[in-house]
Design a protein around this ligand. Structure first.
Ligand code: AMP
Length: 433
């Protein structure tokens, strides 16, 4: 029979890596708790119109990358390619501003984009998203950048670099846009085909095109930072002062833009080394027009999304894998011993000790082999005669063969206490001095 394979660009995550994921996610949630952010869980599927409207029809995501399908009722639905749209939809639907003038929300979970898979780029990938809704002041931008940079550092992602830009507001951007179009028209013959098209519909997007020729032209293009109105310039100056005061270094990068009208002012991105072309680990900005654009009142917001798959790739290269506690393994011979082994397993687990046995119930020798393979720290041996005497044998897998501690008998009732103290002694020995 032909085997069915996993979908291209998607992956299975096995226990060892899942442990990494769990650690990363719980550390991030704990970090966000320190800043007063609460988790929001929205559905993975939304009406297609939500993404078209919020991400924009003329974006790569909407034009080429969405997983869109018609459901059994004939509705057009899409697997979420990003999280902000859903958060804002929910924010508007529940009129959250009526109970909280400022909302601090985060989400963690899978996103779906039909991109060309490569290292660090998948069709299902996980993002952490953080949104601060209801504050237009630079303090909010600074808080978001602080969380992005220091949140990543808290999970072990250091030596990142922060790129910063401002893209003005609906008052100052139109004049800049005209200036940019004039410049791009002069260089049109050297732009890629996509950019020649974008030049008219969404000229700001030309600035972040990845094609080498376009990059060079964009490098020399007029800069939004030189065309900011007084309010935008003041806002940006305060954002810079704020992040300087908490000692976050940054580079100004005038090519970093969000190409849609409801994005405004600050944009930022976090880059990490060692990831090749997919080195952007997080990105965000201010999107003061989005709530209104999706049918809510005019409420400003700022946020970012971090790509956890990429972050994990980097962490795997730089820090040690979180280890599972070495288990205690229970080996038994005969039905009676198996039954009393069940009680021992339960008692150990209740005391927080990781405990296993061989579900196949083979010979003692086969069970011992399994214990060895599982990396057992201690093995408990249970035979019929031990049960009759109310004792069991403990084998210390790390002790030297001639050590008197290698194998010893104790009363069954004392097993938990004995192992708790021996494992605690291990932990003290392993702890850094
Ligand atoms: P975006 O939502 O496009 O601003 O992306 C935010 C972050 O998500 C990026 O900086 C990446 O780290 C990550 N990301 C975006 N697309 C992918 C993908 N296809 N595979 C893995 N990570 C991604």
């Amino acid at each position: 029979m032909e085997r069915i394979q996993v979908i291209r660009g998607m992956r299975d995550i096995f226990p060892e890596q899942a442990r990494w994921w769990r650690r990363m996610e719980s550390q991030l949630a704990a970090f966000l708790d320190l800043y007063g952010y609460g988790e929001i869980r929205t559905p993975l599927i939304e009406q297609t119109g939500l993404f078209k409207r919020s991400i924009g029809e003329q974006t790569d995501i909407v034009e080429k990358e969405m997983y869109t399908f018609t459901d059994r009722d004939g509705a057009s639905l899409t697997l979420r390619p990003e999280g902000t749209a859903s958060v804002i939809r929910s924010y508007i639907e529940t009129s959250l501003w009526q109970t909280e003038p400022v909302s601090r929300l985060f989400y963690l979970g899978p996103m779906f984009r039909h991109e060309r898979p490569q290292k660090g780029r998948y069709r299902q990938f996980s993002q952490l998203g953080v949104e601060l809704i209801g504050a237009a002041q630079p303090a909010a931008d600074v808080e978001m950048i602080d969380i992005m940079v220091n949140g990543m550092a808290a999970i072990g992602l250091i030596d990142t670099s922060l790129e910063l830009n401002s893209m003005g507001c609906p008052l100052c951007r139109p004049a800049y846009r005209e200036k940019l179009i004039t410049y791009l028209e002069e260089h049109a013959e050297n732009l890629c085909q996509d950019c020649r098209r974008r030049m008219k519909t969404n000229p700001l997007r030309v600035l972040d095109c990845k094609v080498e020729g376009c990059k060079q032209i964009a490098g020399q293009a007029p800069r939004m930072l030189d065309s900011l109105c007084t309010e935008c310039a003041e806002h940006f100056a305060l954002v810079r002062r704020g992040i300087e005061s908490i000692e976050i270094p940054y580079n100004l990068n005038h090519r970093m833009v969000r190409g849609l009208d409801y994005y405004s002012r600050t944009t930022f991105e976090l880059l990490a080394p060692g990831l090749g072309s997919q080195n952007a680990v997080a990105g965000g900005g201010r999107y003061d027009g989005l709530v209104e654009h999706l049918g809510g009142p005019s409420i400003p917001a700022v946020g970012f999304a971090a790509g956890l798959d990429r972050i994990l790739l980097r962490l795997l290269e730089t820090i040690a894998n979180p280890q599972r506690q070495q288990p205690v393994f229970v080996v038994s011979r005969g039905e009676q011993a198996w039954l009393s082994g069940l009680g021992v397993l339960r008692a150990l687990r209740s005391a927080g000790i990781s405990a296993e046995s061989d579900a196949r119930q083979g010979s003692m020798k086969a069970q011992m082999k399994r214990a060895d393979k599982a990396g057992a720290r201690f093995v408990i041996l249970l035979g019929e005669d031990e049960i009759e005497r109310g004792v069991l044998t403990i084998k210390d897998m790390a002790a030297a063969a001639d050590s008197p501690d290698k194998q010893f008998e104790i009363q069954t009732g004392n097993v938990v206490e004995e192992l708790v103290s021996r494992l605690a002694a291990d932990a003290t020995r392993e702890a850094p001095q």
